[in-house]
Ligand binder design. Structure first.
Ligand SMILES: [Zn+2]
Ligand SMILES: [Zn+2]
Length: 340
């Protein structure tokens, strides 16, 4: 039995309060992790507000967990994990482990994938539990204090570089310089690509170049977009607001791809001929598999890439959430666990 102490909301849009729950016996395939850091993601805010209709209260958010293993269920022993090891847990904490997707390493596409904060408590807490396969070992040389956001936002933007077969000779566009976009710029630059940032804020142009962009264009400047027509192999869309889709498609080279990661809630109107003539495509993807997370962590440790984060003690989680909601965060917020 483990009493887990965390910060829970008891209803939509309510402040988080201290909350303790009995986690029961550790499942044989589970791993228990003592939380050191937990990033805050916009999905946490969506779940606090019940924007997707999935929230059950009381509920502890948090799905960008960095910590150390404190207990291994019986079947989790012998899986390459050990007590004291530093690990990460991201958006998902489990999957069926026997479907085609799980068996081919695409566990993030499992129909029975278990998100860390849907129907279970997350990482704004002193401990968290996850399936052994989703408890990702972190390389020793990683900067762990900033690693949390890699586990959800980071792997979401890293994954398309692998799955879309991006080469260092390719030209990548990243639309949106925010929590996801700033990491996408860093990854694309370290991948060796020519990188163009698209932002709606002139004020972010210098920062985008600091993150690795060779070029910056204003996403609402049609003339600027026309000038870079037929230049991109891949345009990664990290913003969640509607765009001038027809003009964006023109920035793609023949056989180019517009890849959507931002949760745009309105339908995307596309004229078929804009795809057909240039053999272009539009696609999307969710967070990555555990293998993708481990691959990204190796790349990050080798290249020294780190998300740009600001820290709050976990006891100030409500202030941290307010700060994030205000749009002032540059660019992700990490909570430092400070339970007595
Ligand atoms: Zn997230
Ligand atoms: Zn599965």
């Amino acid at each position: 039995m483990t009493k887990i102490h965390g910060w829970a909301t008891h209803g939509p849009k309510q402040k988080l309060e201290q909350f303790t729950y009995d986690a029961g016996p550790l499942g044989s395939e589970e791993v228990e992790v003592a939380v050191e850091y937990c990033g805050i993601c916009y999905s946490d805010i969506a779940m606090i507000n019940d924007e997707w209709g999935w929230s059950q209260y009381p509920f502890i958010p948090g799905h960008e967990v960095v910590g150390r293993i404190v207990a291994l269920g019986d079947y989790s022993k012998g899986k390459g994990l050990r007590t004291g090891q530093r690990v990460g847990v991201g958006w998902n904490a489990g999957s069926c482990m026997h479907c085609h997707e799980c068996m081919t390493g695409n566990n993030n596409l499992c129909p029975r994938v278990e998100p860390t904060i849907v129907g279970r408590h997350g990482g704004f807490a002193d401990r968290i539990r996850a399936h052994w396969a989703w408890t990702v070992p972190l390389p020793d040389r990683l900067d762990i204090s900033s690693a949390g956001p890699l586990l959800c936002g980071g792997v979401t933007v890293f994954s398309p570089l692998v799955t879309c077969g991006i080469q260092s000779t390719d030209h990548i566009g990243v639309l949106g310089v925010g929590g996801l976009g700033h990491m996408a710029l860093k990854f694309a630059r370290a991948w060796g690509c020519e990188v163009t940032a698209f932002t709606s804020h002139q004020s972010k142009a210098d920062e985008a170049q600091g993150f690795g962009a060779h070029h910056v264009v204003l996403s609402h400047d049609r003339d600027a977009l026309e000038k870079i027509s037929s230049s991109l192999d891949l345009l990664i869309m990290t913003a969640n607001v509607p765009q001038d889709w027809q003009t964006l498609l023109k920035t793609l080279k023949p056989r180019g791809r517009l890849h959507i990661l931002g949760v745009v809630t309105e339908p995307i109107p596309i004229i078929a001929i804009d795809l057909i003539l240039g053999h272009k495509c539009i696609s999307g993807s969710p967070v990555g598999s555990p293998t993708m997370m481990a691959t990204m962590m190796e790349f990050v440790a080798r290249t020294g890439i780190a998300p740009q984060v600001e820290h709050f003690p976990m006891s100030q989680v409500n202030q941290a959430l307010e700060y994030l909601r205000s749009g002032k965060a540059r660019y992700r917020v990490v909570l430092d666990a400070d339970f007595a």
